[in-house]
Design a protein around this ligand. Structure first.
Ligand SMILES: [Zn+2]
Length: 286
């Protein structure tokens, strides 16, 4: 199994010394490699990247403060990752360091774990000062998608913050009674920018595919992609400036995106029929 996986990752372009953030679906991986375990997978990624590079995965828990007091409290040792089986196993492995953001912690191995503090928890969890910001400052940084697409692209939220898009500091989560703060066992932390819906990042993906700047690698129905952050950042800043209409879901199809759209209209005094969308945003029961 190790030899097969090793060859597969090499064919994607994975190499020693790269700093790689991995988003994956273990269910999709199992369809192509039926014998694989999560431990196989992580070991192979580490062997190829080596400790001179970095293996990074999100371990997000979304422990936002809620005004009705129903929030979970983040504990960086115990809180399970809510972004998939691979990330949950990885965060508990030897020599893996988990950062402290109550909402968007990351698990780090290799160089990133040596350099980034376990206390890393910026007010903009996926923006300035975040693990993504550190990766983007390196020459050799990559995003690896295994069996997932740009829907899983955390770096898309980084681009929203950096472009910036007009809704970057507007919370889309009022309808969940979310406040702009994270809660952990060490207390509350005020947040500046709350990542929202990632579905529209598929439009950015389509743009890159049409321009032939990226190409998925297909094997036994498993689609994977290794793409440099340099390319994503360069093309992303331009795309996120020029095509802002493509970066919120179509009106009426997504509550978080509608809330952001309506709040921007109110800021610009161009709101729709009184109370229409905003009413829905703040009162929807979940
Ligand atoms: Zn949306």
């Amino acid at each position: 199994m190790d030899i097969i996986l090793n060859k597969y990752f090499q064919s994607l372009g994975l190499a020693a010394g790269q700093h790689v953030i991995v988003h994956s679906s273990f269910g999709e991986i199992k369809k192509a490699f039926t014998e694989v375990t999560i431990e196989n997978l992580v070991r192979n990624l580490q062997q190829l990247i080596t400790p001179n590079g970095s293996l990074v995965m999100p371990a997000f828990t979304y422990c936002y403060k809620r005004s009705d007091g129903t929030h979970e409290v983040f504990n960086y040792v115990q809180s399970q990752s809510k972004v998939g089986a691979v990330s949950e196993v990885f965060r508990q492995q030897d020599k893996v360091l988990r950062t402290s953001s109550p909402t968007h912690s990351f698990s780090l191995w290799g160089k990133a774990a040596e350099i980034i503090s376990q206390k890393n928890s910026p007010a903009s969890p996926l923006g300035k000062g975040s693990v993504l910001d550190w990766m983007n400052s390196r020459k050799n940084a990559y995003v690896l998608l295994i069996g997932v697409d740009f829907n899983a692209l955390s770096f898309g939220h980084y681009l929203e913050n950096m472009a910036p898009v007009p809704w970057t500091d507007i919370s889309p989560w009022d309808y969940l009674k979310v406040e702009k703060a994270g809660v952990s066992i060490t207390g509350e932390q005020k947040l500046k920018e709350l990542p929202g819906c990632s579905k529209p990042f598929k439009n950015f993906e389509k743009f890159l595919l049409e321009k032939k700047l990226i190409e998925y690698h297909s094997l036994n129905h498993l689609k994977s992609l290794l793409v440099s952050m340099e390319l994503l950042y360069k093309e992303g800043l331009r795309y996120f400036h020029l095509y802002q209409d493509e970066l919120l879901c179509p009106e009426g199809t997504c509550v978080p995106c509608d809330c952001r759209r309506e709040k921007i209209r109110i800021l610009h005094n161009t709101a729709g029929p009184k109370g229409s969308l905003l009413e829905k945003c703040s009162k929807k029961k979940v």
